[in-house]
Design a protein around this ligand. Structure first.
Ligand code: G4P
Length: 292
């Protein structure tokens, strides 16, 4: 079963972004550093056209540093695009974002030509956290404050630096089957859109190659992963369940519980710092999806 998740209202958002984009110099797209390709909304590229772009890989504290570097290099090689990685809760890195925007649009600045920046990102990517860090306060979710609407929120980060929040919700649009699993694994899609066991199996499938040692260490797997009977992900999930005590009366492993353990361990980075996709992998999935 492929994960289908596109809750709608995207047309309203699209219209609002197209309206707003006319007065925007730089578009920040906030991505999840653990799944940069999958956490992007491909419709945004169409909407923002030739505007300068800053890709912000958020949650870098949870992601694999080597793969983050690879993604930063990949984005930076694209025209009119810069990329930085940060943790949304950290003040100093968040400030780098302001510098990066100014560098992307050096002809803007000063009271008569303020720099106008639009920040976009799918839900759960960390936009509220980042905005709160940038304005230096611990506030509620963006748009929850009295008198602040989601439609037209503007934050003045300096007298000549205006940051506009996305008008509306930028939902993920799942073009590639793999992205559905990665988004579900990260917690970006609603719980009702996926089957936990299936997502955990897919996570294990992705992890057992590049991150076999992390799996072995966390779950005290004493044998090489390749030696699991048939080297099947099902057998791996079952073994993890057994190791973590997810066993029902009669000794059978509770696979649902085992799946929850794997997903939670990934999300909280208890497993370690993991990035689910590399630029070449993501490019290959997109190319394959286009052929189909
Ligand atoms: P959103 O506005 O884009 O929907 O996302 P939001 O800021 O609400 O962040 C979603 C979750 O991601 C929150 O966790 C938040 O703490 C976490 N988060 C955001 N940025 C980072 C980051 O750079 N690193 C890490 N490790 N986590 C980050 P939550 O569990 O949903 O809520 P909370 O109780 O932690 O606030």
């Amino acid at each position: 079963m492929a994960i289908q998740w596109f809750p709608g209202h995207m047309n309203v958002t699209k219209k609002a972004i197209l309206e707003r984009i006319k007065d925007i110099d730089v578009v920040i797209e906030l991505l999840d550093a653990r799944l940069p390709g999958s956490s992007a909304n491909p419709m945004l590229a169409e909407m923002t056209g030739t505007r300068r772009k800053l890709k912000v890989l958020n949650k870098q504290d949870l992601a694999d540093p080597e793969r983050t570097e690879a993604w930063l290099a990949w984005y930076s090689a694209q025209s009119d695009t810069a990329a930085i990685a940060l943790d949304a809760g950290d003040t100093a890195p968040a400030q780098r974002l302001i510098k990066a925007c100014r560098e992307l649009a050096p002809n803007r600045g000063g009271m008569d030509k303020p720099l106008r920046v639009l920040i976009c990102g799918i839900p759960n990517v960390g936009k509220s956290t980042l905005l709160n860090t940038l304005v230096g306060k611990k506030a509620a979710k963006t748009g929850d404050e009295a008198g602040v609407t989601r439609i037209e929120q503007r934050i003045n980060l300096a007298s000549d630096f205006y940051l506009f929040d996305t008008p509306g919700m930028l939902w993920p649009k799942i073009l590639v089957e793999q992205s559905g699993y990665h988004l579900a694994g990260s917690g970006a899609v609603g719980r009702n859109a996926y089957d936990e066991e299936e997502v955990a199996l897919e996570l294990l499938h992705r992890l057992k190659g590049p991150y076999a040692q992390l799996l072995a260490a966390r779950y005290k797997l004493t044998f090489p992963l390749a030696d699991i009977p048939g080297a099947h992900d099902d057998a791996l999930l079952e073994e993890i369940g057994r190791r973590r005590g997810a066993v029902m009366a009669g000794g059978r492993v509770n696979l649902q519980k085992a799946a929850e353990i794997v997903i939670n361990d990934f999300r909280s980075a208890i497993l370690g710092r993991i990035t689910l996709e590399t630029p070449p992998e993501f490019e290959a999935w997109v190319a394959e999806a286009q052929v189909r």
